[in-house]
Design a protein around this ligand. Sequence first.
Ligand code: SF4
Ligand code: SF4
Length: 216
Amino acid sequence: MPRVFVKTAFEAIKFECQRCGSCCHHRRPQEFGPLVPMERMAEFWEKSNLIYLTNEDIDRISSKTGLEPAGFVDTLYEYDGRCVRVADSGKKIILDFPVMKSKADTTCVFYERGCTIYAARPRACRLFPFRVEEETTAQGDMILRIDYNPSCPGIGTGRKVDKRSLEKLVVEQFRERSEAVAAEVRKLAGTGRIQKDARVFRTLPGNAAALDDSVL
Ligand code: SF4
Ligand code: SF4
């Protein structure tokens, strides 16, 4: 059973949000197609700032706003609550994680001179400007390394960051997503729909180019 470790890549740091709104603009890097191979994930993370949503985030925002998920969730395939797809006769496992929809100017659908769902905002927004890089060790363990985005003007201002709260948030986000993926992969594998040498891809939501219509 692989173990999961959380590490912060910095010692002590101060942070206070300056409400500049720049993290509510969501970049979708143009050089990526709709499916992003895992070997390019580091590059993808560096260039995109999509706001990923867990199922719990979606439920919370829905009940707070009264909106159906379709009103604010963006996925590559039609959203039906699932985040794992299989294509190419089981040779491709596609992780289609829901992200927040954006307006034409790339701002979040909930951004109106500030966040209109602040109390119910997703974990990813609570976490920003801190970000998580996932690393797998030679033993197969997972390291969640927390770093920060130096372009945020709030870094270096305000109070010292409580690393324990940050780590707790990261663990909760990782757990919610992993449990959802594991349950769906188990179900698909149980019906023989995944081949042993299947490759894993991530989607670039909002980039609905021509897609393989044999997706399950
Ligand atoms: S977290 Fe940083 S980038 Fe986002 S609104 Fe606050 S100061 Fe701006
Ligand atoms: S939910 Fe709020 S904080 Fe998060 S991106 Fe949208 S407007 Fe910004």
